[in-house]
Design a protein around this ligand. Structure first.
Ligand code: FE2
Ligand code: FE2
Length: 432
């Protein structure tokens, strides 16, 4: 390079280094029109439902309108106006106003319609159904990490799942819903993509989510570990877990099944949080009025690759899973699919003693290599999945579908008189 060009090049580099970093701007600019309208279970699902949405800061009123899901034309003026609270979040080039309303005092087993916002900017009417007051059959969906490629890859998975099980009571997400601003996208872009993929599905089928490690990454400094700034404003999840873990660790009972959502990333990083979450999980398992118990969290006890291990999570929680015979443990993080049946002493369960079903799954484009680890009996890599689980009295039916809609894995658990589960093969193997 000639001396003149060399010095010009150096000056340009210096200018580039010293120029203040330009804040990237989200491609999802806010407006007065509500977007990211998401339902969450919150409290007793037979009487309570929460909704969260986003607008720009010109919208000063946080109001949702609620009606029974009547056959005639619904009018906002004659519906019940329910006020809530809002929170402004600045980042990614915009200030967004997140609104949250909780509907309480609902009738069990009843269809409702709601819309959010007011006047010309009100949303369309969406519908949902409250849970029955006691044990009753139902199905729910479960998704592993959507994380990477929410539009290009995960969108078809959630849409296929909804089309196949439109009556699903809710959707569980076991963390790494988004990547955490790691790529060229802003954090807000990632959430915008995630909501765009789900579309109205998340406005009608409640989201039950717990964070993964990627919801704790700071896009600038990945050593900093705070909950993603859009997590708590963007959802209205239960706050009935250990103090300080609101909306990340929580539980709820749904028609005879106890669900326990654990924040495993915080457990891995902080001994005190690990201890407090473990005590809290034990109190829920010890005083459990439900016939079935499902635990869901991001980091699996047993990984699908030899170099990945979450010892702290396993050592804290597995003794409780064994002692209280948790039926199903749902995890993500490993970006493959694997399912094992495990008895307390570590032997593979089956036949008249199924043990606990441990499943790792993935719904998005990020895929990892899988080792033939001894714990799993079914495993796949380089595929995307969604799961439908039905609980009906003494029987739990589990099916995992790949992105093409083919059944990839299925089993049943049947509760026997001795309190143990018999492992069976689900009868129908239809492609959804
Ligand atoms: Fe993860
Ligand atoms: Fe992940």
């Amino acid at each position: 390079m000639k001396p003149f060009l060399t010095s010009l090049f150096s000056v340009l580099i210096l200018v580039a280094l010293e120029a203040p970093a330009q804040e990237r701007i989200t491609k999802y600019i806010t407006s007065a029109k509500p977007d990211r309208i998401v339902l969450n279970l919150n409290g007793d699902p037979s009487t309570t439902m929460a909704v969260t949405w986003r607008t720009d800061t010109t919208v000063n009123e946080t109001v949702a309108r609620l009606s029974r899901n009547l056959p005639g034309v619904l009018m906002a003026d004659s519906a019940l106006a329910v006020k809530g609270r809002s929170e402004d979040i600045t980042g990614d080039g915009v200030t967004a106003r997140f609104h949250s309303v909780t509907f309480t005092g609902l009738a069990p087993g009843t269809g409702y319609a709601y819309c959010v916002g007011s006047g010309g900017d009100a949303s369309e009417w969406f519908t949902f159904r409250t849970a029955e007051a006691g044990a009753a059959p139902f199905s729910f969906l479960w998704f592993g990490d959507s994380q990477v490629g929410p539009i290009s890859s995960y969108a078809r998975v959630i849409r296929h799942a909804y089309r196949s099980v439109p009556e699903a009571a809710f959707m569980i997400f076991t963390g790494d819903l988004i990547d955490g601003g790691y790529t060229t996208k802003t954090l807000d872009d990632e959430w915008g993509d995630w909501h765009r993929a789900a579309g109205f599905i998340a406005s009608e089928v409640p989201v039950v989510a717990t964070p993964g490690n990627h919801e704790f990454y700071d896009p600038i400094d990945r050593q900093k570990r705070d909950i993603n700034r859009y997590w708590r404003p963007g959802f209205t999840l239960p706050e009935n877990g250990p103090a300080g873990l609101e909306e990340t660790a929580y539980s709820f009972d749904y028609q005879g099944v106890r669900f326990i959502m654990v924040s495993s990333d915080q457990m891995l990083r902080d001994e005190d949080i690990a201890r407090r979450q473990t005590e809290w999980v034990e109190s829920l398992l010890k005083n459990n009025p439900c016939k079935w118990t499902v635990m869901a969290f991001h980091h699996p006890f047993f990984s699908t690759a030899a170099r990945r291990d979450n010892r702290v999570v396993r050592e804290n929680l597995k003794p409780l899973v064994d002692r209280y015979r948790v039926d199903l443990v749902l995890n993500g993080h490993d970006h493959t699919y694997a399912r094992g049946m495990m008895l307390p002493e570590g032997k593979t369960g089956g036949g008249r003693e199924a043990g606990t079903a441990y499943v790792v799954s993935v719904s998005g484009a990020k895929q990892y290599r899988q080792d033939a680890e001894p714990w799993w009996i079914v495993g796949f890599s380089n595929r995307q999945f969604w799961q439908a689980i039905t609980v009906d009295g003494k029987r739990l039916t589990y099916r995992s579908y790949d992105a093409s809609g083919a059944v990839a894995d299925q089993f049943t658990l049947t509760r026997m008189r001795n309190g143990k589960n018999r492992l069976g093969v689900a009868s129908a193997t239809t492609t959804k």
